[in-house]
Ligand binder design. Structure first.
Ligand code: CAA
Length: 258
């Protein structure tokens, strides 16, 4: 098994559980952490035993942002040549379902990382924000784009221009998170939801994820056409036949991921 400097990686049945583990730095996302996270997500994508993945942090912080100490002396040419933050995109390209389980601070890159996941389950202690402006920068890992799509222009502008944080109740009200749960139950609940997804047909789940994501990339007409093509393709799977037969027979389906 791989060993990590900045992560704890476990499996719970068919669920991969990644815990960001730089507690003293409030899980500040340095280059080692991102490299380890991206590598592990690729490994889970390739692992036939895994059906869904949960990313979580500590009770105090999901992640307090990109590592400011690592960034402080960065220059333009170095940032450009190495495409600083570009490798984070791999998180959003993960093909299996990815749930962010957020307790405490999800700030800057921490909020951006959570938004790269397919949905966010929040503890009642969660606090979301893009405080980069107070450091003399702006979000650089998708925050200006994803937060705007999640919560709309007015709220995204206010948060990004002022750095104001949003609590869990507000985040749920505006649709940034799917649900709020008590902090003590967060990881258990996220693993349970991921386990439910992992028990469904793998290819169908992956196509559903791909289709929802198309909504962010294209027009309604093109998106609906893309959806319908994938929907038609589902009728070539054994799992569609099994799912419908099980309903008609009043039994639980036995999906074989094919
Ligand atoms: N980078 C590096 N170190 C960080 C960090 C970060 N983003 N956030 C916290 N830390 C470190 C602190 O420096 C401190 O380390 P020391 O003990 O060595 O001083 C330790 O974590 C604990 O932090 P605090 O003492 O500040 O804890 P607190 O409870 O008083 O405050 C906090 C918590 C409000 C989250 C505060 O830590 C904070 O404001 N952090 C920075 C948040 C931020 O600005 N994030 C955006 C980063 S830029 C970015 O992410 C760019 C992008 O788009 C990708």
């Amino acid at each position: 098994p791989a060993t990590f400097e900045t992560l704890i990686v476990e499996t719970r049945g068919a669920v991969g559980l990644v815990t960001l583990d730089r507690p003293k730095q409030l899980n500040a996302l340095n280059s080692v952490l991102i490299r380890e996270l991206v590598g592990q997500l690729r490994a889970f994508d390739a692992d036939p035993a895994i059906g869904a993945v949960v990313i979580t942090g500590s009770q105090k912080a999901f992640a307090a942002g990109a590592d400011i100490k690592e960034m402080a002396e960065l220059g333009f040419v170095e940032a450009y040549i190495h495409d600083f933050l570009g490798e984070w995109d791999a998180v959003a390209r993960t093909r299996k379902p990815l749930i962010a389980a957020v307790a405490g601070y999800a700030l800057g890159g921490g909020c951006e990382l959570a938004m790269m996941c397919d949905f966010i389950l929040a503890a009642d202690t969660a606090k979301f924000g893009q405080p980069e402006i107070t450091l003399g920068i702006m979000p650089g890992a998708g925050g200006t784009q994803r937060l705007t799509r999640f919560v709309g222009k007015s709220k995204a502008m206010e948060m990004i221009l002022t750095g104001r944080l949003m609590d869990a109740a507000e985040a749920e009200r505006v649709g940034l998170v799917s649900r709020v749960v008590p902090a003590a139950d967060l990881v258990e609940e996220a693993v349970k939801v991921a386990g439910k997804i992992a028990g469904l047909s793998r290819p169908i789940v992956m196509m559903a994820k791909e289709s929802v994501n198309a909504a962010y990339e294209t027009t309604l007409t093109e998106g609906a056409r893309f959806e319908r093509r994938l929907f038609h393709a589902m009728f070539s799977t054994d799992d569609q036949k099994e799912g419908m037969a099980a309903f008609i027979d009043k039994r639980s389906p036995d999906f074989r991921n094919r």
